[in-house]
Design a protein around this ligand. Structure first.
Ligand SMILES: Nc1ncnc2c1ncn2[C@@H]1O[C@H](COP(=O)(O)OP(=O)(O)OP(=O)(O)O)[C@@H](O)[C@H]1O
Ligand SMILES: O=C(O)c1ccc[n+]([C@@H]2O[C@H](COP(=O)([O-])O)[C@@H](O)[C@H]2O)c1
Length: 216
């Protein structure tokens, strides 16, 4: 039987995109032998509004992804009103790719730990596998409900269309968008935490440059 190539997505606020996102997505593509799409959230459900608006975050993402073909960008969440619930994104992707192709939701270990607070979270597993990217930092404790739910779902590789949890060990990069925004706010230059292409056009960085508070 022909192997169906998995489709994996990494959703995020990407405020701004950084090498932790990009390297994670890249290594997942290699580990799963998958096509990977980065899916920027228009209105991320569980956090305050981003510093940059969706168009600005997408422009940075496009600059970051230029010159390579393995990681694509999928803007379907930008067309939806209301909170960007992942279950809606997976349902729309599933409708597009059909019932058989493996679909993988990539999440960092921190995001995975909070999965039981997501909208219709159990349905995520009907629609996709979950690929958990290792992320440095504090231990990420799962709610009991989530731990019980995934106990018998662990797998070492993606098999079938949906339903398992696969750990994907990636190069640990202790990079977070919060720290990058703080760096801009302090008037510093967070170069080499983000792709150089993001620094090639000052207009792309305008929302973050504006974070600097003028001296009194
Ligand atoms: N350095 C990293 N290593 C592994 N996964 C990461 C890393 N940074 C982000 N991720 C994962 O990428 C997804 C999108 O993350 P997000 O856009 O919120 O970035 P972030 O750096 O966590 O942002 P913020 O600091 O603003 O919360 C999440 O699943 C998150 O866990
Ligand atoms: O669907 C949900 O309820 C849900 C709750 C929290 C986060 N998410 C998604 O998880 C991804 C990472 O979120 P964030 O806030 O860490 O950037 C992003 O694609 C969000 O839309 C989704």
């Amino acid at each position: 039987m022909t192997r169906l190539r998995p489709l994996a997505i990494l959703g995020g606020t990407f405020d701004p995109v950084h090498h932790g996102h990009l390297r994670g997505a890249w290594e997942a593509a290699e580990a799963l032998d998958a096509d990977v799409r980065m899916v920027p959230a228009r209105t991320p459900p569980h956090r305050p509004p981003p510093v940059a608006d969706a168009a600005e975050r997408v422009a940075l993402l496009r600059a970051a992804l230029a010159g390579q073909a393995r990681l694509a960008i999928d803007t379907r969440e930008l067309d939806r009103e209301g909170p960007s619930f992942t279950v809606d994104t997976l349902a729309s992707l599933r409708a597009e790719i059909g019932p058989d192709r493996p679909l993988v939701l990539l999440v960092g270990a921190d995001a995975f730990a909070g999965l039981a607070s997501w909208h219709q979270w159990q349905r995520l597993f009907d629609l996709a596998h979950v690929g958990v990217l290792t992320r440095p930092g504090s231990a990420h404790a799962m709610a009991d409900e989530l731990a019980a739910f995934v106990r018998h779902r662990h797998a070492t590789r993606v098999d079938g269309p949906a339903g398992t949890v696969v750990d994907i060990a990636i190069t640990p990069l202790d990079i977070a968008a919060t720290a990058i925004r703080e760096s801009f706010a302090a008037g510093h230059e967070p170069r080499f935490l983000m792709p150089s292409a993001c620094f090639a056009d000052e207009a792309l960085l305008a929302p973050y440059r504006a974070l600097v508070t003028p001296a009194p």
